[in-house]
Ligand binder design. Structure first.
Ligand code: XLS
Ligand code: NI
Ligand code: NI
Length: 435
């Protein structure tokens, strides 16, 4: 029935099933908190890691032979379209994501590139007609080609800026044609390796101008999806300008771009920034900027973006607590994750995705159970701000330093009520262990 995989579709069988090739926790149409599970997530397969990764690393040659890699680059690109649709079909995943360079060969000029993109986009549209598989988001790869070695929008050479702009223009248009829910800007190489050789003021301005042009073009073509910036602190450069959620939000507000962008938070990027995944989700959420998620995990002992499939239920539970509090995300959950270099079988791609989907689904179930208990504890912790005159006046700024001095001058203020962190940890574990 399928071209590349000799498999049946992966279905939900419940947590007691012993069948590896089944979902234990992901039941797409089950309603949780008023929404179908599949709509909480909009799970998506990443073209680059799933079809593009052939197991190369800085120390070694490719380890993987993929049947969609043919002699001719355009034939390969067309074969990949069938492969992504097939994988989505098998896994019951309704979305995919790509960089422009993942789907078509580049050629010498942007015109050549656009010609080959057109051919592939036509095939994607054809395949979309006979399936319900959709584009989650598109993006342009502004970091691989040698021209981008010193940045794209922040390159010292304006011709590189122009080339990057031309790429983003077409990638945005394609994303619109394919009804993508979002468009991602990840600033790979928008940063510096050597601060002394960097004109930081100019580079910041260039980045802001570039993003303003993205917004202008989005409006010009009438793309209705969400523009997303994906923070990352380092790698490939020593310092990336989109360091973390807080620095991106500050940058957006400085350049009046706050209403135009949301964030795509990636688990592994959070840990590289020295934050937890849930910290980044929280910061984005409370600033109304949580737009989408790159679902993966890093390795805390390694200082780079290992992009592993998410399997840590503790982490997915904390993440899903933030997502529930946010009422979901605008765009979705993209598995920006790849199988390990030594995991060379095609089947490893299937195992990775099943593991990721089930880890987030279990996280959703547990977070949903826990939510009220946590919310109650948090509410109690701050209740004096809501049920005392003093608290209310501070919140409403109806009081000044002199009044506060008068109020407190004869009161001994000592240890306040217990935080109860250990109790919270017990409750969390109780729910997680129960599954
Ligand atoms: C790299 C990024 C990249 C973006 C898309 O670290 O995660 O994969 O998600 O360009
Ligand atoms: Ni990513
Ligand atoms: Ni990444």
């Amino acid at each position: 029935m399928f071209m590349y995989f000799n498999l049946e579709k992966i279905l939900y069988e419940g947590k007691n099933s012993k069948k590896i090739l089944s979902y234990k926790f992901y039941n797409p149409d089950e309603i949780i908190e008023g929404k179908k599970m599949k709509d909480w997530f909009n799970f998506s397969i990443a073209y680059w890691h799933t079809l593009g990764n052939i197991g190369m690393d800085p120390f070694g040659a490719p380890t993987m032979k993929r049947p969609w890699n043919l002699k001719d680059p355009l034939d390969t690109a067309l074969a990949k379209v069938d492969a992504i649709f097939e994988l989505c079909e098998i896994l019951g995943i309704e979305f995919f994501t790509f960089h422009d360079t993942d789907i078509a060969p580049e050629g010498k000029t942007i015109k050549d590139f656009n010609n080959s993109l057109d051919k592939v986009v036509d095939k994607i549209k054809e395949n979309m007609k006979t399936s319900n598989i959709k584009l989650l988001w598109g993006t342009a790869n502004l970091f691989f080609h040698p021209r981008y070695a010193q940045g794209a929008a922040t390159s010292p050479d304006p011709e590189v800026f122009a080339y990057a702009a031309a790429q983003v223009k077409r990638a945005l248009e394609i994303t619109k044609e394919l009804n993508g829910l979002g468009y991602v800007l990840w600033g790979g190489r928008e940063g510096y390796d050597n601060l002394l050789l960097t004109n930081s003021e100019l580079e910041e301005k260039l980045l802001a101008n570039f993003l303003q042009m993205v917004v202008e073009h989005k409006n010009k073509i009438g793309f209705k999806g969400v523009l997303l910036i994906e923070p990352k602190p380092k790698e490939p450069t020593k310092h990336q300008y989109d360091f973390d959620a807080a620095s991106v939000i500050a940058f957006l507000s400085k350049y009046n771009l706050e209403k135009d962008f949301k964030l795509n938070i990636e688990a592994n990027h959070a840990t590289l920034a020295g934050h937890t995944f849930s910290h980044e989700l929280r910061y984005a959420r409370i600033n109304n900027k949580l737009g989408s998620i790159d679902a993966n995990r890093g390795d805390l002992l390694l200082g780079w973006d290992t992009d592993q499939f998410p399997t840590n239920v503790y982490e997915t539970t904390m993440a899903m607590y933030e997502v529930i509090k946010n009422g979901g995300v605008d765009v979705g959950f993209n598995f920006d994750a790849k199988v390990r270099r030594a995991s060379t079988d095609l089947m490893d791609l299937i195992y990775g995705h099943i593991g990721g989907i089930d880890s987030f689904s279990l996280g959703l179930r547990i977070a949903n159970e826990l939510k009220n208990e946590i919310d109650k504890m948090v509410k109690k912790r701050y209740e004096k701000y809501y049920n005392t005159m003093l608290g209310k006046k501070i919140i409403n700024k109806e009081i000044n330093f002199d009044d506060l001095f008068e109020y407190i001058k004869e009161t001994e203020v000592e240890t306040i009520e217990s935080l109860k962190q250990e109790l919270l940890e017990l409750i969390l574990n109780m729910h997680i262990f129960r599954g």
